[in-house]
Design a protein around this ligand. Sequence first.
Ligand code: ABC
Length: 500
Amino acid sequence: MGFAKTTCTLLFLWNLVLGPTIAKSAAEWRELSIYQVVTDRFATNDGSAPDCWIRSYCGGTWKGLENKLDYIQGMGFQAVWISPIIHNIEENTTWGYAYHGYWGDNPYKLNPHFGTPDDLKSLSTALHKRRMSLMVDIVINHLAANQKPDNVEYSRFPAPFNSKSSFHQPCDIDYANQSSVEDCWLTTTLPPLVDVKSEDASVVDIVKTYNVDGIRLDTARHVPKQYLAQFQDAVGVFVTGEALNESVPFVQQYQGPLDSAHNYPLWYALVDTFTGRTTFDYLAAIMKTEEAVFSDINVLTNFLDNHDQPRMASRVGDDLVRDKNAVTFLMFTSGIPVLYYGFEQRFDGSADPVNREPMWRSDYNTNATLYQYISKLHEIRDLASTTIEKSSYFSSYVKVLGTSTEYMALQRGPLVVVVSNVGVDGTNNSFNIAASDFAPGSTIIDLFSCSTVKVGKKGSFVSPPNEGEARKKEAFALKLPNKDGTDMKPLFLMEGVQHE
Ligand code: ABC
């Protein structure tokens, strides 16, 4: 099947490109938070801010991204997921150019629009020097051609893809039929996405040598599961797969063959909850089902936005408070938080492609409210996870302490998080938490306002409504007890967390 031959060639090629592997396991990834970028849209080589057509290359590069790692790390992220790196079709098409990277035509070459092999290697090294991790988006389901399905010039693809027999016959997907989802073509209109016969092992190792810490596997639901398992085995790094579906049992099928999957079922619930369309009971029910059904929810990749979906800010308008509550939940619930670039600048693009705005429009403003806020959330997360043993914090599941129409309280390790979905209008209702792990009689502190609350029987306490405009607007509170459960001292998060 050509497996060994392609493996050796590619190992050689990719080792040249990226240097030695620093593979990270699922257990290591679950302690990280990920920042997702579309390379073309994140930063240019020289820091310039060109105007561009939203469906063409805008000029972002790996070098540009490397130069902006301070910005990403300054918010607290420990990993960066970059869009696909391989060579793509060059032509303008019905849907514009391949700036996003999902229209590969040669997996053996890099996309020159994003830089040279040395540039990518340099990005990888720079991340590792900062103790950050690199996740690369990989597409094994298809290649692309800008010819009608019956006229695809297969000879233009490199071996072993240079013949029609390496691909399935063109057909349109019937989403009710899994064989059709796996074998038909994701798109048959121009430019068609030519479906690779992934079950041929020759393809597996194309990716084996991507010398990165983790992989985001595009279109996982379109690849037969036995092949996904082979792929996971072959690459030997953490893989999170994209199976775009609302159903928990459906997405669960992909954890096993792969380490992890994008938590699309949770995403649907988050959007509905934090835009105020559903109650917290609904979210709590999804969380409970996921806990029961998945083998490990802590390695699923959770998100509020991504490059395929309308951004949160496009749904909630001016209501920054909803964004704050949603991202608070994201950072403290079970699973790996993934933030799509620009969320912190309140980019509000709706459907693809306007949700892929050039980042330079924000001027990389580190004073932006959400930028500062997310960096604070990271500080709290670090504090909470190091107050107890870090690995036990990240392997434990968040516990829902209670819900009301306006609030949800969650406990994770030493922290209770109270989020609200009422938005900027706030609420005058307090929230009674009947039981928590806090010691009765101890004092707990709201990490944002520094106000304190006394814990009653069974760990019960009252989370007061926000007083005064600032708190009222935020409509949530975070509580953390001292290590020994005794009296608390304030933590001034604006000036950095103080442990004493
Ligand atoms: C281009 C244009 C768009 C245009 C589109 C037709 O063509 O840019 O403006 O609307 C890449 C590019 C896109 C490009 C496409 C196609 O290629 O990024 O800009 O769109 O040329 C992945 C990536 C995505 C990427 C590709 C292709 C795949 O994240 O960025 O797109 O490599 C399916 C796939 C999923 C894929 C997604 C785009 O399409 O499964 O892997 N994403 C149902 C199906 C889903 C399906 C979805 C969209 O429709 O179940 O499998 O996703 O077609 C819910 C249900 C869902 C349901 C949704 C719609 O409703 O629970 O199951 O999803 O309630």
